[in-house]
Ligand binder design. Structure first.
Ligand SMILES: CC(C)(COP(=O)(O)OP(=O)(O)OC[C@H]1O[C@@H](n2cnc3c(N)ncnc32)[C@H](O)[C@@H]1OP(=O)(O)O)[C@@H](O)C(=O)NCCC(=O)NCCS
Length: 217
């Protein structure tokens, strides 16, 4: 499935699909992580990993297993960074060489999944004020975008800082037409993150795909 983030010369490879596979695509060790999982979780885990392996093939990395870290992050082959996401109807993965990209985060959301009663838990006053200028489909879209951008950012930042950040520990701002995330909370390791991280997104039907990464210079 072609997903275009409209980034000129992206330093990463991405693979997306809406055709889910099952545990037969997993290695024996990978299967252990979903041994007791319900079928939907097995499908999501297997399809995300299949996308990741296909993306790795485009970096000429073949015959790999992608195990799971204690913090639930995927264990990527040496010299590679990556991220996996799945929604009810889509799965995808992005990978890049670690000498080009320090970290990368991906999120896929079904547009409309964030209810207004979740706003206070997810969004700062400034973000709620931004959303309040919209109504109808635009409100639904931007609400999903703010949520998804933060989830993509979490997967980007956690492998670098090993720190849990809550939704209100970060602020998503729109600066000259570009969404960016800044970390508000102070913690040891914050210096490993960019001061502001651009958030890229694209829509595929009712799916919103969000991405952030930091390219080494
Ligand atoms: C971890 C989290 C971001 C996953 O997002 P999600 O929308 O629930 O699920 P997704 O399908 O998009 O992503 C799941 C994938 O994330 C990846 N992941 C899980 N923990 C991770 C971590 N610590 N670091 C990087 N990637 C991680 C895994 O690949 C997982 O899929 P897999 O188990 O099949 O391998 C979310 O569950 C969470 O805990 N959020 C709270 C923290 C947060 O988002 N803060 C926002 C401000 S920074």
């Amino acid at each position: 499935m072609l997903v275009d983030f409209k980034i000129p010369s992206p330093p990463f490879t991405s693979i997306f699909t809406d055709e889910f596979v099952g545990r037969e695509s997993l290695s024996k060790l990978e299967e252990l992580f979903v041994e007791r999982a319900v079928e939907q979780r097995v499908k999501h885990f297997s399809t995300g990993r299949l996308c990741a392996k296909k993306a790795l093939e485009s970096l000429n990395i073949t015959d790999v297993e992608i195990l799971m870290n204690e913090d639930k992050a995927p264990v990527w082959p040496e010299g590679v960074v990556g991220s996996i996401s799945h929604s009810k109807s889509m799965a995808g993965a992005v990978v890049a060489f670690a000498n080009k990209v320090s970290s990368i985060g991906l999120d896929i959301e079904t547009i409309g999944g964030v209810n207004p009663d979740m706003w206070d838990m997810l969004f700062l006053a400034s973000e709620q004020a931004f959303l309040q200028q919209f109504t109808g489909d635009k409100l639904t879209f931007y609400t999903t975008l703010l949520f998804s951008g933060k989830e993509a950012f979490y997967k980007f930042q956690h492998p670098l800082t090993k720190t849990f950040l809550d939704f209100t520990d970060v602020a998503m701002n729109l600066i000259e037409g570009q969404f960016e995330i800044a970390v508000l909370k102070d913690f040891p390791g914050k210096e490993l993150l960019p001061v502001s991280t651009p958030i890229y997104f694209t829509q595929q039907g009712n799916q919103l795909i969000t991405l952030c990464y930091h390219e080494r210079v």
